[in-house]
Design a binder for this molecule. Structure first.
Ligand SMILES: CC(C)(COP(=O)(O)OP(=O)(O)OC[C@H]1O[C@@H](n2cnc3c(N)ncnc32)[C@H](O)[C@@H]1OP(=O)(O)O)[C@@H](O)C(=O)NCCC(=O)NCCS
Length: 248
């Protein structure tokens, strides 16, 4: 059983990392795989109330791999932690089957005052969740099956099944190809190198709109001045000066 799970985890790494070439390479060179070995044993001890032993083993795992998994965390099958350095998985976190985490991911609590000892403080991931590098998922909520969290996102509330969340105040975005009814495929490095920042894009659109409105206002004022200027007998030169100062 234990060894079957290990084989499945190695195969999951081979399937999801284009850089992995053989089972031996995964077994020898993948810190995510090593962290899981430490965790399986540490969790076994933790569940049998050998709490300090479990904790100590997880600490050794952290020193060796750079991945900190609390022995109380519940992890499903075929988890793939790519690169791994800086990943933190809290005590009451739960992870479904076939999930993928990149380096720097935190499955954490939001603040000590929001959760007492022994209470659920960390997120629960459904099956097939992908969390991009550096993403922070904080709080005791569910991240639905097949959800994706973009690299660098901060997620503080429930994520429905199949939804992609991106950005520091993470929000839902439609997946590329979803409108065309295409099946979502697993794309291990699914990040576009030329991703335009969605917030910068919104600001640029607003600036364009402000410029357009300013031009329209200047045009209307010009028309108004022409209309009123002819009525009050202002000289041509004076009117021109007023028009050019208004349009500036
Ligand atoms: C979120 C992610 C999983 C892709 O999910 P997806 O559902 O396939 O989303 P898409 O690629 O179709 O992108 C949907 C929109 O979100 C934007 N987006 C995707 N990832 C983003 C991110 N991390 N930050 C900000 N915006 C992002 C895209 O630009 C796109 O916006 P647009 O439609 O306005 O162009 C992927 O972008 C990601 O972050 N992967 C993690 C990769 C990683 O950590 N690599 C480290 C390897 S060392």
């Amino acid at each position: 059983m234990f060894f079957n799970n290990l084989r499945e985890e190695i195969d999951a790494t081979l399937a999801r990392d284009p850089a992995a070439r053989s089972r031996l390479e995964v077994a020898l060179c993948y810190p995510g795989f090593h962290a899981l070995l430490y965790h399986r044993l540490a969790h076994f001890l933790w569940e049998r109330r050998w709490r300090l032993c479990g904790r100590f083993l997880s600490y050794i795992g952290r020193m060796v791999t750079g991945i900190e998994i609390h022995p109380g965390a519940r992890i499903g099958k075929r988890l793939f932690i790519d690169h791994g350095m800086g990943v933190v998985i809290g005590e009451t976190a739960e992870i479904g089957d076939d999930c993928t985490l990149y380096h720097g991911v935190t499955l954490g609590g939001r603040a000590p005052r929001r959760g007492e000892k022994g209470q659920k403080r960390h997120p629960t991931l459904g099956h097939g969740v992908i969390i991009g590098s550096g993403a922070q998922v904080l709080g005791p909520f569910r991240v639905g099956d097949g959800a994706r969290i973009g690299a660098g996102s901060v997620v503080l509330s429930e994520v429905p099944d199949g939804v992609t969340m991106v950005g520091p105040g993470a929000r839902a975005v439609p997946r590329r190809g979803q409108a065309k009814g295409l099946e979502p495929a697993f794309e291990p490095y699914g990040i576009d190198p030329d991703i335009p920042d969605p917030i910068a894009r919104a600001l640029n659109a607003l600036l364009d709109e402000v410029t357009r409105l300013k031009a329209r206002l200047a045009e209307l004022e010009k028309q108004h001045l022409v209309a009123t200027g002819s009525g009050n007998g202002a000289g041509e030169g004076e009117r021109e000066a007023r028009l050019s100062s208004q349009s500036r």
